[in-house]
Design a protein around this ligand. Structure first.
Ligand code: SAH
Ligand code: SF4
Length: 398
C-alpha cells in the first residue's frame, strides 16, 4: 500500500499520497512526458543534445499523434536505435482489468496502474460526438455524501502519464489514430471521473497540455471541462495554466446543506467559491461556467433552493449554466433522487430566470458508470468502515 505524506507549502495543505513509484524493470515511461522532458530523458540515457532533440521530436509525434505503443514499427528511426530505445523506455497504457458496455452504449473500463491500483474511465457516445470521463486520482480525499468515489480513501494521485494514458487507451479502442481535428467519436473530455482534479493540479495540467497540443492529441481546450468540488485556492491557477472550461460542483445554496453534502464547504464557503468563479480567467458569455447540481429528494430540491440559486448567480454576475444531475443511487447511499416532476420544476424556475438549466440524462446506470458511481470494484467495505473513513476525512478538513 502506498503511504500518505503531507505536501509541504501553505496553499492548501491537504494530505496526499506519494507519487507513482518507478517501474520494477527500471525502464522509463514516455507517455506523460512533455517534449522537453522527453529530450531530458533521452539525454540522461546517453544521447548527445542534438540526437536527443531530434529523437524527442520523432517520439513525440509517434506517441501522441500516431498512437504508437512500441518502438518496433517506428520506420523513421534506425533499427539498432529502436532496440536501444526499447531497452530503456516504454510506451504504456493503463492495464485494462474489465471493459463493459451498457445497453445505452456507454462504455466503462476498470483500469490498473503498474503498482496495482484500480481506477475507472467512462466513454459516453452521443449521436455526433462522444465524451470521455477521465479520472485524476485513485479514490478521493473529499467525502461528498452522495458520491460513491467519496467512500474510498485516497490511494494516490494518478501521474500525468496515467491521465493522458486514459485518453490514449480510449483512442486505441475507438480506432482513432492518428490524431485528426475533425470527425472523431472521442470529441470531448471531462475531468469528472474518480478524484478531485485540483488536488492533483500539476499532473492534471501536464496531462491536459499534451491532450491540447496541436501536435499531440490535438483536442481544443473548448472541448475539455475540469470539474471541481470547490478547491478555491487552485481555481485561478487552473484558469491561467490550463485554461479549459470550468465546472463547479455546487449542489446546494445554503451553508447548512452544502456543509453536509460537500464537506469541503466548511473550508471554502459558497460566497468564497462564487467569488473565485467570478474571477475565473476566460469565463464569459460564450464560455460559461457550469454549475453542477445533483438533485436530492427533500434535501436541496425545493422551489426556494432554485430561486436562491438564481439569486446567487445574479449577485456574482456569473456567466453560468446549470447542469441538473438526477442523483445516481449506489448501494448504501443515504439519499434518494428527486422525482421527475421536482427536477422539471426546479429546471423551469432557473430557465425562467434566463439561465440555461438542462437536466442531464443518466447514462450507463446498468453498469454503474453514471456520474458519481465510480469506485473500483476492489474496494468493498462494510458500513462501519465507510463511516470511519468519512469521520477521518471530515476531521482532516476541520
Ligand atoms: N471531484 C470532482 C469531479 C468528479 S465528480 C467534483 O466533485 O466536481 C463529477 C460530478 O459528479 C460532480 O459534480 C459530482 O458531484 C457528481 N456526482 C457525484 N456523485 C454523484 C451521484 N451519486 N449522482 C449524481 N452525480 C454525482
Ligand atoms: Fe471527490 Fe468529486 Fe466525489 Fe466529492 S464528488 S467525493 S470531490 S470525486
Amino acid at each position: 500500500m502506498t503511504q500518505a505524506m503531507p505536501i509541504p507549502g501553505h496553499i492548501d495543505p491537504v494530505t496526499v499520497p506519494r507519487p507513482a513509484p518507478a517501474r520494477e524493470d527500471a525502464r522509463v515511461e514516455l507517455v506523460g512526458l512533455s517534449k522537453a522532458e522527453m529530450r531530458e530523458a533521452l539525454a540522461a540515457a546517453g544521447l548527445d543534445d542534438k540526437q536527443a532533440k531530434l529523437r524527442a521530436k520523432q517520439l513525440w509525434h509517434q506517441i501522441y499523434n500516431r498512437g504508437a505503443t512500441g518502438f518496433a514499427a517506428m520506420s523513421d528511426i534506425a533499427k539498432p536505435q529502436r532496440a536501444w530505445l526499447a531497452e530503456r523506455f516504454t510506451i504504456g497504457r493503463p492495464e485494462v482489468v474489465v471493459a463493459q458496455v451498457s445497453t445505452d452504449g456507454t462504455r466503462k473500463w476498470l483500469l490498473r496502474t503498474v503498482d496495482g491500483h484500480d481506477f475507472e474511465m467512462v466513454f459516453i457516445p452521443d449521436a455526433d460526438r462522444g465524451t470521455l470521463c477521465v479520472s485524476s486520482q485513485v479514490g478521493c480525499t473529499l467525502n461528498c455524501r452522495f458520491c460513491h468515489t467519496g467512500t474510498m480513501r485516497l490511494v494516490r494521485n494518478l501521474d500525468a502519464g496515467e491521465i493522458v494514458g486514459q485518453v490514449m487507451l480510449a483512442r486505441d479502442s475507438l480506432g482513432e489514430w492518428p490524431s485528426q481535428p475533425e470527425g472523431r467519436m472521442l470529441s470531448n473530455i471531462v475531468m469528472m471521473g474518480m478524484g478531485e482534479p485540483l488536488y492533483n493540479f500539476d499532473n492534471v495540467r501536464d496531462a491536459l497540455k499534451i491532450v491540447m497540443d496541436g501536435d499531440g492529441l490535438g483536442l481544443s481546450r473548448r472541448r475539455i471541462t475540469l470539474s471541481t468540488s470547490g478547491v478555491v485556492p487552485m481555481m485561478a491557477r487552473a484558469g491561467e495554466e490550463i485554461g479549459v472550461n470550468l465546472a463547479v460542483s455546487l449542489h446546494a445554496v445554503t451553508k447548512e446543506i452544502r456543509d453536509e453534502i460537500v464537506p469541503l464547504n466548511r473550508k471554502y464557503g459558497i460566497d468564497e467559491l462564487l467569488e473565485a468563479c467570478a474571477a475565473y480567467p476566460g469565463a464569459n458569455n460564450a464560455r460559461r461556467i457550469t454549475f453542477e447540481y445533483v438533485m436530492l429528494k427533500d434535501k436541496n430540491d425545493s422551489d426556494a433552493d432554485a430561486r436562491e440559486l438564481v439569486r446567487l448567480i445574479r449577485k456574482y454576475k456569473l456567466p453560468a449554466k446549470v447542469n441538473l444531475i438526477p442523483f445516481n443511487p449506489w448501494p448504501g447511499a443515504d439519499y434518494e433522487c428527486s422525482s421527475d416532476e421536482r427536477v422539471q420544476r426546479f429546471s423551469d424556475i432557473v430557465f425562467e430566470a434566463g439561465i440555461s438549466a438542462p437536466i442531464r440524462r443518466p447514462r450507463g446506470r446498468d453498469i454503474m458508470a453514471a456520474c458519481g458511481q465510480l469506485k473500483s470494484a476492489a474496494e468493498k467495505k462494510s458500513r462501519a468502515e465507510l463511516d470511519r473513513i468519512a469521520a477521518e476525512k471530515q476531521a482532516a478538513l476541520a
